[in-house]
Design a protein around this ligand. Structure first.
Ligand code: 3PG
Length: 324
């Protein structure tokens, strides 16, 4: 109370930290719920191309209604905006469908253990495609991340190649998505929330024809009947829940990305996976071998180390991004 007069800057820093803390906690919480319903749906109804289309459709619908009813301000966009959104939407679509296909083949925890390697992909893409160089300590911190993921993969009881590759493809696609998104949001009047809404709409348009080609209405209808007869009417609510929570967690994550760098985002995303891995193992009674858990732990500890060494480098990284 005594030094209230002189603490303006410190206070706004503290307020920003508190805001980011709330965003991160909400993002992680919503993501845990999404992952649980998503897997419940996929167990009963193994059509990941349709379920990933439905999540995008649900989010798009929610945002169109929010704009129409003025709950959210309609973004002012032009053709240029949608053109620059296209590569982001392609990356988002690939990353999303690849992760969902992965989770339809393997345990949720396994997909997320592999996806905890995302910061390593972030460094590789920044190094080889953006020409950014990192201190040796950053490369060294990738060893436990990659080694941990590899150990977890080779000791996974229910290893499946499609499940593994889906998670890997998702890693690469999301690194591009985050870098392109940050560029696209920079200096634009479109907020993180609306940016993600437009991204959903464009991704939905891209994914729908592929989903029809890969799976198609006949399979969907037959599978739907089976799922309804096995689970009962609440199956419909599981589908609604996975779709609504998918949109909400992504919306909050984009509200965060609006304020942080893609690298900080990747790190926050890996920390999020700890809660998903632990809760899904408990809820789905996933069998875990000691070496498998060890691999996951090494990968996560690697990310902690990485976040420490990258933070020094970060100052320069933000500077670099200010030119993009
Ligand atoms: C998806 O369906 O898009 C994946 O579950 C996304 O995973 P992530 O947002 O946890 O990277």
């Amino acid at each position: 109370e005594g030094d209230a007069g002189g603490g303006g800057k410190t206070q706004s820093e503290a307020a920003k930290k508190a805001k980011m803390g709330i965003y991160f906690a909400t993002w992680w919480g919503l993501n845990v719920v999404f992952n649980i319903y998503n897997k419940k749906v996929l167990n009963a109804y193994p059509y990941p191309w349709l379920t990933s289309t439905l999540s995008l459709a649900c989010g798009s619908l929610m945002m169109l209604i929010s704009w129409a009813t003025r709950i959210a301000e309609t973004p002012k966009t032009d053709l240029e905006f949608w053109k620059s959104l296209l590569p982001v939407a392609v990356a988002h679509t690939i990353g999303h469908v690849a992760a969902t296909v992965s989770m339809s083949k393997v345990a949720v925890s396994f997909t997320h253990i592999i996806k905890s390697g995302e910061p390593a992909f972030s460094v590789l893409v920044s190094r080889f495609l953006l020409g950014e160089t990192f201190p040796v300590s950053v490369y060294l911190s990738l060893i436990p991340i990659i080694g941990g993921c590899a150990l977890a993969a080779v000791t996974e009881l229910n290893f499946n190649m499609i499940g593994f590759m889906g998670a890997m493809i998702s890693n690469v696609a999301f690194v591009f998505r985050n870098i392109f998104s940050k560029r696209g949001m920079k200096g634009k009047s479109v907020s993180g929330m609306n940016y993600y809404a437009c991204l959903s709409i464009l991704s939905l348009a891209i994914l729908t024809p592929f989903a029809i080609a890969v799976e198609g209405p006949q399979m969907w209808a037959a599978g739907w009947q089976t799922a309804l007869s096995q689970i009962g009417p609440q199956f419909v609510w599981w589908v609604v829940a996975q779709s609504v929570f998918y949109h909400l967690y992504n919306q909050v994550s984009y509200m965060s990305l609006d304020e942080i760098s893609p690298l900080t985002f990747s790190i926050g995303n890996t920390m999020k996976r700890i809660s998903v891995i632990v809760s899904s193992i408990i809820i789905f009674h996933t069998p875990i071998q000691p070496n498998n858990a060890l691999g996951a732990a090494i990968a996560i500890i690697g990310t902690f180390l990485y976040s420490q060494v990258i933070s020094t480098h970060h100052l320069f990284f933000n500077f670099f991004y200010s030119f993009l």
